[in-house]
Write a protein that binds this ligand. Structure first.
Ligand code: ADP
Length: 490
């Protein structure tokens, strides 16, 4: 099969969160299974160009219709760790992708509406006719809409779309001008609630709603979240629409790229180890401590890696930090937030705890340090309020770091409590708590830290068991291929 991914991120070249990991990992798995996969991305100025091999111009003058004029684009091609990627570079005064960061601009909808349009225009002009277009989140949600309404008349009528919802909190709510700029036009037609009219804002269209309607299949990133999105507030207002389309909606648990995330080969892990050489992990803990100026004592090291967003339970993360210190453990945090309030709260915390030899906060994005933390920590907390899938707990398991998670979304599908799960003992791999209050996370942390102090062998056995789990793309890759096969013949 010939599959084209259109996305705003792809690890490690343009990654903000799990979306980037998924686009890369799924593409690799699909290729291993004998399919042709190409990825189309914006050419951001802030990308990690050191991860692109053989970058060269692939298509010189791609004129993309935009409102009543055209924007000229150059399309580049390069390999990202073996994946075939096309990068779209528009030449216009808007400087859509030359702004020093990936997201967070007032004209965000225009930027990604343009990118979606340019990607389709690129397929049209180059004669590429994939069997499947796989789009991701609101940034590329207009692709299925434009494919059906505009481009299927240009010889692309046999292409089918699969759209994946990674985070429903961001849906792409925009005004009428997006319709005029993309050439969709006809506001009354699209403002219809059966199409893209937002259910809560009569003067807005909703990109994601468009994708739900126009795609042949919709997935979200875990079975549990597929249920939550339809039946709880975590559908962020799209629960009813998802319910209406449930015949073509399902949850496929994300995988983890086991080659990119491998403690036996990871270039940023100074002492490589596996399930059979687990004792080597302790050396990474020492490296981590010396890099972050933490004292070297017989204490468990608890970590948090991830965005500092309300979704991630910032209040609980902060509480976990103080609780770990109270219980005689150490705590390391790596994260950043685009929200000024949250960012400055954690900067203050960092200053407050600056001299504490058992605690280190690193505010920012640092892929290399993240890997050392996964390798060096004993425990990883993931106290999210909602979590469509979550990758950090899977990475932790892969690196022999025991996860402590809240029972929600993909966390509930991947981590099973050592003491209270209904699963057989050999399937239990971490600690789980349910509520969002302090006592809940404390009780899970107490059990985990207690096991580390009092029953070290049992703790090691738990960590090693996690390492033997298979959360690779093997199964989800097969699931996605089944979905593609199913919609290809529709
Ligand atoms: P989300 O996509 O909601 O941000 P996920 O758990 O699905 O969360 O994926 C997070 C990914 O981003 C993981 O690979 C994690 O290691 C990485 N990550 C998040 N924040 C940082 C950071 N500050 N520095 C380095 N890596 C980070």
């Amino acid at each position: 099969m010939y599959i084209v991914m259109i996305a705003s991120e792809c690890a490690p070249v343009a990654k903000v969160g799990g979306l980037g990991d998924v686009v890369f990992g799924l593409s690799r798995e699909l290729e291993i299974r004998g399919n042709t996969v190409e990825i189309i991305l914006p050419k951001y100025d802030c990308m990690r160009y050191d991860h692109i091999w053989g970058l060269q111009v692939s298509y010189e003058n791609l004129w993309v219709p935009w409102f009543n004029y055209h924007i000229r684009c150059t399309v580049w091609f390069g390999f990202v760790h073996g994946r075939k990627c096309f990068f779209i570079e528009p030449h216009s005064d808007d400087h859509f992708f030359e702004r020093g960061s990936y997201y967070g601009f007032p004209d965000e909808h225009m930027r990604f509406a343009f990118f979606s349009k340019a990607a389709l225009e690129f397929l049209l002009k180059t004669g590429k006719r994939p069997d499947i277009l796989h789009t991701h989140d609101w940034q590329t949600a207009l692709v299925p809409v434009m494919l059906y309404e505009i481009y299927r008349f240009g010889g692309m009528e046999n292409i089918r779309c699969c759209h994946t919802l990674h985070n429903l909190k961001h849906q792409g709510i925009a005004g009428e001008n997006v319709l005029w700029f993309t050439g969709l036009g006809r506001p009354p037609y699209y403002y219809d609630k059966q199409r893209m009219g937002d259910d809560f804002n009569p003067s807005a269209i909703n990109f994601t709603k468009g994708a739900l309607l126009y795609s042949s299949f919709i997935t979200t990133v875990s079975p549990r979240h597929a249920w939550e999105a339809r039946h709880t507030e975590w559908g962020y207002g799209l629960g009813h629409t998802l319910y209406l389309h449930q015949g073509k909606f399902g949850g496929v648990l994300n995988g983890l790229d086991y080659e990119m995330w491998n403690p036996e080969t990871d270039p940023y892990v100074p002492h490589h180890y596996g399930a059979d050489t687990f004792e080597e992990k302790a050396k990474n803990k020492q490296e981590l401590r010396s890099r972050l100026w933490l004292r070297d004592e017989a204490k468990p090291l608890v970590a948090y890696v991830g965005r500092l967003d309300m979704q991630k339970g910032v209040g609980l993360i902060r509480h976990a930090l103080f609780h770990a210190l109270r219980k005689g453990a150490q705590f390391v945090l790596l994260g950043s937030s685009p929200e000024l309030g949250i960012n400055s709260e954690f900067w203050q915390l960092k200053h407050h705890l600056n001299d504490n030899p058992d605690c280190h906060l690193e505010i920012g994005y640092d892929e290399e340090l993240a890997r050392l933390i996964y390798a060096g920590a004993d425990l990883l907390v993931v106290p999210s309020l909602f979590e469509p899938c979550g990758l950090t707990q899977m990475i932790a398991l892969r690196y022999g770091t025991v996860p402590i998670v809240r029972w929600v979304g993909g966390l509930a599908d991947t981590v099973f409590d050592r003491d209270f799960s209904e699963r057989p003992e050999e399937a239990r791999n971490g600690y789980v708590f349910h509520q969002t209050d302090h006592l809940a996370i404390e009780s899970a942390m107490d059990r985990a830290i207690g096991l580390w102090f009092d029953y070290r062998e049992a703790f090691t056995a738990l960590a090693v068991r996690g390492m033997r789990y298979d959360y690779s793309w093997n199964r989800p890759g097969a699931d996605y291929l089944n979905i593609y096969e199913f919609i290809r013949h529709k």
